[in-house]
Design a binder for this molecule. Sequence first.
Ligand code: C2E
Ligand code: CA
Ligand code: CA
Ligand code: CA
Length: 283
Amino acid sequence: AKGNNLTSYELFNVEMRQTVQEIFELETSLRQALEEQQFILHYQPIVSTNSLQLLGFEALVRWVHPDKDLISPRKFIPLAEETGLIIPLSEWIFEEACGQMAQWCAHFPIANSLKISVNIAAYHFQSPQFLATIEQTLAKTKLLGKNLKLELTESLLIKNTDRVLSLLPQLQKQGIEISLDDFGTGYSSLNYLKRFPINTLKIDKSFVDGLDYDSNQADVSIIKAIIYIAQSLGMNVVAEGVETDFQRKQLQKLQCEAIQGYLIFPPLTSQEATNFINSQLSV
Ligand code: C2E
Ligand code: CA
Ligand code: CA
Ligand code: CA
């Protein structure tokens, strides 16, 4: 390097310091956000592929930062995991989602046949109080287990096999169902599908993206295979990230029973979701 050009080492250092500083600031404000309740949940409808009938919602957390726009969970969930804040945050998310679903059940008879799906962070699942908090929250919010679904990832299953094998049946005994999220993107092993009692496979958006006019044959084959495996093992299938009616029709042909995605609705505020449930009454 010549003159005032920075060497790549110096450049790396400057960038690192900025990132560390940024992470430090984000961490401080994340702590504050929890205290000041700056989090909200959005609810994305999950509907049947054929009739578009509402089957339930996936709860998705958002951070309404006072002087920034909405911050994506892809940004702050990993940070919350590094700092241990993931446990109180997850408990808040869980109680909020159950409370909202219980309220819908109390107001709308059709809501009693819906399920609220909650994403479960690995650290939360691993905490010794996990099962107890789930049970306490159901009791506190008066939500029935049959109205609740937990979304677990493949890596969570694989890293905690013993715990999964003992916890899943205890959850399912209470009517709670288990979805396997982002299926096919991680260390998929057909062996654990056989061993773990999973109710639903969620086909990741990355495969759904390939279902287009000039369909990517590999993606079509993978989706076909996932649906075939699910059917053989008695599991349901939900495709996520469905954005076009062409994709919906392809999924319908492949007998994928449920879909979720911008084609139907983006994640909705609780008020918008309430309106949507209301509109289903008159269908
Ligand atoms: P995910 O569980 O795979 O959630 C689906 C993501 O896809 C959501 O992003 C959703 O808004 C987005 N999405 C849905 N339909 C479409 C579509 O048609 N097109 C496109 N382009 N995107 C679509 P979001 O809300 O930003 O969440 C990102 C990830 O953050 C989630 O991925 C999940 O892993 C995590 N996450 C979100 N909420 C929670 C939560 O409450 N707890 C935990 N532990 N993780 C969460
Ligand atoms: Ca999910
Ligand atoms: Ca997913
Ligand atoms: Ca995904």
